[in-house]
Each structure stands twice: as structure tokens, then as C-alpha cells.
Design a protein around this ligand. Structure first.
Ligand code: BES
Ligand code: ZN
Length: 631
């Protein structure tokens, strides 16, 4: 039997040997070293976050056979990688791995040679596989480690029902490789089939065709017929039940949450229909939601056919359902037309954020659209005021950086604002038609920013040459900040909130006299988010007495209020804060609180107490993002 070698040579040589996509002799030996390059040498379309060689051999289909071992907290089994040779004589397949134990690699039933390179801390280890001429596929037998960066194993105590364990994966951006050996680049699209074996009482679901009526027997088969990028492969296992919301839409959740989730998200089917009517047919058959335990590190994740959703948006009043519109919109922008590299993330998130606002307007009306757009714009302004200039660029240079560390509102809200400007310049109907054509033109392709610009050149910049300015479009995409004279979103519904806040702050209006009776959650958020940094103790006590903010059950309002409480050291809210930090793992909600707490020694000590208790239940991404605040 031929054996594997673990390469222990010099890291740069090991990594340099595994030519990432479109490598040239000028390429740096490692993704890390490339930070020293200037942008003129950056290669468009090159994926600096994968070691795979899809330009030589490209994986096109994956057959997974995995057993979820909840005792070991490991996925154990095999991945058959079917490929096509881009270079006819190619004899080496390079795939990404991270923390995987490779048992063996076979082709046509025979062991074949492979080498696992030394691991990079952010990108994992390249697996080089020698491919016999006769082979059309290789099968990698492997298992994950219990601290896989892309999978979270929860004990029964960490679930809603407290009876059964739970597993979920989160692959975007570069974590699919931590549970499947594959070419982990968004420019490689694969179809997949999977057999997932679980304890008999649990249900497995994937980003694939899920049969809501499947028998619960511990063996589940999945089929994903459309080619998808690796970051959209997803698996969850738990005590899940299904409830239909519409003809094509439904929700999977633990029994305790099922009814509330189905009621909260009952407009999903209408959202799906509205999006189709504007941007073209939905390509993915069913659209279901999966409600995760509260440690899910994101608000949502657009896994195809089955968006993964944080339970923190089940507010009881549909106030936070723009998250659903967002994940649904990704079915067009992201899942159908995909960013080719993480530099191009704004093509996914900016288009999706633009679509989100439009869907929200179609379902809930223009007031809601305007309010959400203003709040989004304020988030963007906050980032523009605090981020390095380079991190304010839509087509960001991520060489040598971990995409996890660069998460911000820029690709989302700046991207959306850019598209809204084009919409306003050429007219909404024309822009809708453009988007419809764009989704069709690039369907099931992964594209770069440059390809988008070339398409824009051929289409809108030609048809509306009098209305659009190429230099300005360039500025939007490649320059920090915002171009001059951007149309700022406005909301009438916020005008009265501004005057209430101003009146109250200058003493002309008593808190008790503010007419908050009809305020929506968005108005509350706007009221709180625009308070001055420092309030007097009397002011903050009055706010809390009058509006019971410490008790707010809405997780976004609670977040905004707790930020105020931390900034003003308002101790009566700190029990609630402790509870918040130790029961929610959604990074967007907890990270700003940790960051704020870390600014004073007492705050930091408090943060550390909360973090230490919360840590065993936090997802690896949330741990990594916040650890630094409490050290
Ligand atoms: N695809 C993203 C989540 C993501 C982005 C994960 C980049 C890893 C890397 C998802 O669609 C998303 O944007 N989620 C947001 C939703 C919000 C903007 C409505 C979130 O989780 O907060
Ligand atoms: Zn998104």
C-alpha cells in the first residue's frame, strides 16, 4: 500500500508548490506573503483563499457518505470527487482541507498517492492527490476534527428542546474545507449527492432537495442537481420538525420554535412570488427555512433551497423579517450569479441588500423600505467613519487576510447604495429589466468584479451613456468612502422620531409626553441609535422607566439599548446584558457590545465573566471574533 506523506518542509515551498488558480511565476508563494504586493499586480479572478487547481483539474460533482458521530463530535466517511481534466494530461488534483484526518485516497478501488501539505492557520492544508490516467474520480476517506471551524456540535443543553444534540455547518467563506475535502473556491461549482447517517431519532437536512415527508430513520439521501459553489454546501442535524408555510415554502425547527417561526415568517411565499415577478423565475424548486439554535453566528445564511436562520429574529411582530427577504434574494444574487472570489463579495451582498429593500417594499410598503434604507445607510456611515480606507472599497484587496476578519457593512450597504444610484439615474423599470437580464446572462456562473464592469459597459453604459458616468462607477467600486452628492435615503416616519428625541434632549418634551404608541421597531431603533454618546444618569433612568427598554424582548432594540447602557455604565441593565451575551451567539449582536465593554477595565472584567460562561456555547467564529476583547 502506498502511504501518505505529511510534508514538514519549509512552509513557503510547500504552499508555493500548489499552484492556486491562474497562478503565474510572479505569484507569491503563500497567500500570506502577498500583502506586500501592490494592487497593480493583483490578478483579477485569482482566488487567494484556495490552494486548489481548478484550472488544471476541476471537480464537478461530489458524492458524500458521512456518519455524524455525536459522541466523538466528528463527521466520518468519504467524499468521492468526480472531475474533468482542464489540461488533458493533468495528473494531480489539489483540494483544500482544514483540520481533516485523511484515512486514504482511492481511485477505481485502489489506494493512490497523496500528500497533505503543512497547514496555513487561515486557509488550512492543501491535499495533493496523484491521479491515475484512467481515473475520472477519486474517493477521499476522512473524518473531521471535533473543533472543525465550519461545524458546531451542540450538546442537548445548548438546544431549545434540551433533549437531543444538534449539528450545523457554516461554510462561507472558507470553511467548507473543514468538513469536506474539496476545491474550496467560489469559482468552482459542483453538483452533489449525499447520504447522511444520524442517530435514528434525529433528522438531517441539507442545502439540497429535502423531502419534508421523509421517514425519520437515521439515513437521509440528498441530491443537489444545480451546480453550486462549495460555500453553499450545508448540513444540519437535530430534533427538527417541518411546517409548511406555502406551496413552495416551509420551515424546519426544533418543536418548541416551530409554530412561532412559521407565524413570523408566513410572508415568505409572498416574498418568493414578488421576487420572481420582478427578477425572473426562482431556479431552486423549494425555498425552506431552517431555524438554528441561538449560537448560529450569523443572522442568516443563504444555503440553497434551505436558508439557515438565527432564532433571534423571531420577534413576534415580523419586525425583523428583512433577514428572510435577504436570504431569499441570494437565490438570485449569490446562488445563481456568484462572486468568483471573496474580493467580489459585494456582487453577492450588495446586490442582495439592494434586492432586500425592494422585496421589503413590495411586501410591506414604501414606509418600511425607507426606514430600513435609512438604518442601513447609518450603519454604512458608521463603518466609513471607523474603517481603514482600504476596507471601504467594494472590490477589496483581501490578499493575505482571512475573509472572516473583514466582515463589514461596506459590501452590503455601499453596494446597495451604488445600485440604487444607477436605479435612480436610469429609472426603476429599466434597472429591473437590467437585473433580470443580468441574472439570466450569468446564471450558474461565478463572476468577478471586472466581468460585471465589462457587462455594464456593454449594456447600461451603452444604452444610457447620457445618464451614467463610467468614472463615477469606477469610483464607487474602487475608491474608499462615497462619491460626492450621493442621494441619501430619507424616511418621513423618522422625522417625528427626530423631533421627539431632540425635544426630549433639550428638555422641551417630557419622555411621558412622547407619543410612542404607534412606533414601529424601526422607529425605536432610530430613536435609540441616534442618541448622543453620553446621557446623564437621570436621562437614562427616565428612558428605562418610561419605555421599559431593559425588558425589551426585541433582540435588535435590546442590542441598541444595551449599547447605550454600556456607554453610560447604566448598571441596572447589566444583568440583562449578561443574559444577552450568554444566550445569543450571533456575532453582529454581541461583538459591538464586547468591543464597547472592553474600553474600560471594569467593562472588560464584566465582558470576560460573560465570555467565559458563554464560550462553550459560542460558535468558533464568534469565539475568534470576540476573544481579543476579553484578553
Ligand atoms: N452570506 C451572508 C453571511 C456571510 C457573509 C457569511 C460573508 C460569511 C461570509 C448572509 O447572507 C448575510 O448577509 N447575513 C447577514 C444578514 C443581514 C445583512 C440581513 C447577517 O448574518 O447578519
Ligand atoms: Zn447576505
Amino acid at each position: 500500500m502506498k502511504n501518505s506523506k505529511i510534508l514538514i518542509g519549509v512552509l513557503t515551498i510547500a504552499l508555493g508548490a500548489c499552484s492556486p488558480a491562474k497562478n503565474t511565476s510572479e505569484q507569491p508563494a503563500t497567500a500570506k506573503q502577498s500583502t506586500t504586493e501592490n494592487s497593480s499586480t493583483m490578478e483579477a479572478g485569482k482566488d487567494y483563499h484556495s490552494f486548489a487547481n481548478p484550472d488544471v483539474i476541476r471537480v464537478t460533482h461530489i458524492n458524500l457518505d458521512l456518519t455524524a458521530d455525536f459522541t466523538k463530535q466528528q463527521l466520518i466517511g468519504s467524499a468521492e470527487l468526480q472531475f474533468k481534466r482542464v489540461q488533458p494530461k493533468a495528473n494531480e488534483l489539489v483540494v483544500d482541507t482544514r483540520g481533516l484526518t485523511i484515512v486514504n485516497v482511492t481511485a477505481n478501488g485502489e489506494d493512490i498517492d497523496y500528500t497533505l501539505q503543512q497547514a496555513d492557520p487561515d486557509l488550512g492544508a492543501a491535499l495533493h492527490i496523484s491521479v491515475p490516467d484512467s481515473a475520472q474520480s477519486v474517493t477521499v476517506a476522512y473524518h473531521t476534527s471535533s473543533d472543525s471551524s465550519g461545524a458546531q456540535w451542540l450538546t442537548p443543553a445548548q438546544t431549545a428542546g434540551k433533549q437531543h444534540p444538534f449539528l450545523f455547518t457554516q461554510a462561507q467563506a472558507v470553511h467548507a474545507r473543514s468538513f469536506i475535502p474539496l476545491q474550496d473556491s467560489p469559482q468552482v461549482r459542483v453538483t452533489y449527492d449525499a447520504t447522511i447517517r444520524t442517530p435514528a431519532e434525529l433528522l438531517a437536512v441539507m442545502s439540497a432537495a429535502n423531502d419534508p415527508d421523509t421517514e425519520r430513520d437515521g439515513v437521509y439521501e440528498f441530491h443537489m442537481p444545480q451546480p453550486i459553489p462549495s460555500y453553499l454546501i450545508a448540513l444540519a442535524i437535530g430534533d427538527l420538525q417541518f411546517k409548511a408555510m406555502g406551496k413552495r415554502t416551509g420551515v424546519y425547527a426544533e418543536p418548541a420554535l416551530l409554530e412561532a417561526a412559521a407565524a413570523e415568517f408566513e410572508d415568505t411565499e409572498s416574498m418568493l412570488e414578488a421576487t420572481e415577478s420582478t427578477y425572473g423565475p426562482y431556479s431552486w424548486d423549494r425555498y425552506d427555512l431552517l431555524i438554528l439554535p441561538p449560537s448560529f453566528p450569523f443572522g442568516g445564511m443563504e444555503n440553497p433551497r434551505l436558508s439557515f436562520i438565527t432564532p433571534t429574529v423571531i420577534a413576534g411582530d415580523k419586525s425583523l423579517v428583512s433577514l428572510i427577504a435577504h436570504e431569499l434574494a441570494h437565490s438570485w444574487s449569490g446562488n445563481t450569479v456568484t462572486n468568483a472570489t471573496w474580493r467580489d463579495l459585494w456582487l453577492n451582498e450588495g446586490f442582495t441588500t439592494y434586492l432586500t429593500y425592494r422585496i421589503m417594499e413590495m411586501i410591506y410598503g414604501t414606509d418600511r423600505y425607507n426606514m430600513e434604507a435609512v438604518l442601513g445607510y447609518q450603519d454604512l456611515q458608521a463603518d466609513i467613519n471607523s474603517l481603514d480606507e482600504n476596507d471601504q472599497i467594494l472590490a477589496i484587496d483581501l490578499r493575505g487576510r482571512n475573509p472572516d476578519d473583514v466582515f463589514s457593512n461596506i459590501p452590503y450597504e455601499k453596494g446597495a447604495l451604488f445600485l440604487r444610484e444607477i436605479e435612480q439615474k436610469i429609472g426603476r423599470d429599466n434597472f429591473d429589466q437590467f437585473l433580470l437580464n443580468y441574472f439570466e446572462h450569468f446564471a450558474f456562473k461565478s463572476i468577478t468584479t471586472d466581468e460585471f464592469i465589462a457587462y455594464l459597459d456593454k449594456t447600461l453604459l451603452t444604452t444610457y451613456a447620457d445618464k451614467l458616468d463610467k468614472a463615477r462607477i469606477h469610483q464607487w467600486i474602487f475608491e474608499p468612502g462615497l462619491p460626492e452628492n450621493v442621494a441619501v435615503p430619507l424616511s418621513d416616519a423618522f422625522t417625528k422620531v427626530d423631533s421627539a428625541r431632540t425635544g426630549w434632549l433639550d428638555g422641551s418634551l417630557k419622555a411621558a409626553d412622547i407619543d410612542t404608541q404607534d412606533w414601529t421597531v424601526h422607529q425605536w431603533l432610530y430613536f435609540l441609535n441616534n442618541m448622543p454618546e453620553q446621557l446623564s444618569e437621570a436621562q437614562i433612568v427616565t428612558l428605562d422607566m418610561q419605555f421599559k427598554l431593559t425588558q425589551s424582548k426585541n433582540n435588535e432594540i435590546a442590542h441598541s439599548w444595551l449599547m447605550i447602557a454600556v456607554k453610560n455604565d447604566y448598571q441596572p441593565a447589566f444583568d440583562r446584558l449578561f443574559d444577552y451575551l450568554t444566550t445569543i451567539g450571533r456575532n453582529k449582536l454581541v461583538k459591538p457590545l464586547y468591543r464597547e465593554l472592553a474600553k474600560t477595565p471594569e467593562g472588560k472584567a464584566f465582558a470576560k465573566r460573560a465570555f467565559d460562561i458563554a464560550k462553550p456555547g459560542y460558535h468558533p467564529l464568534t469565539v475568534k471574533a470576540n476573544q481579543g476583547f476579553v484578553e
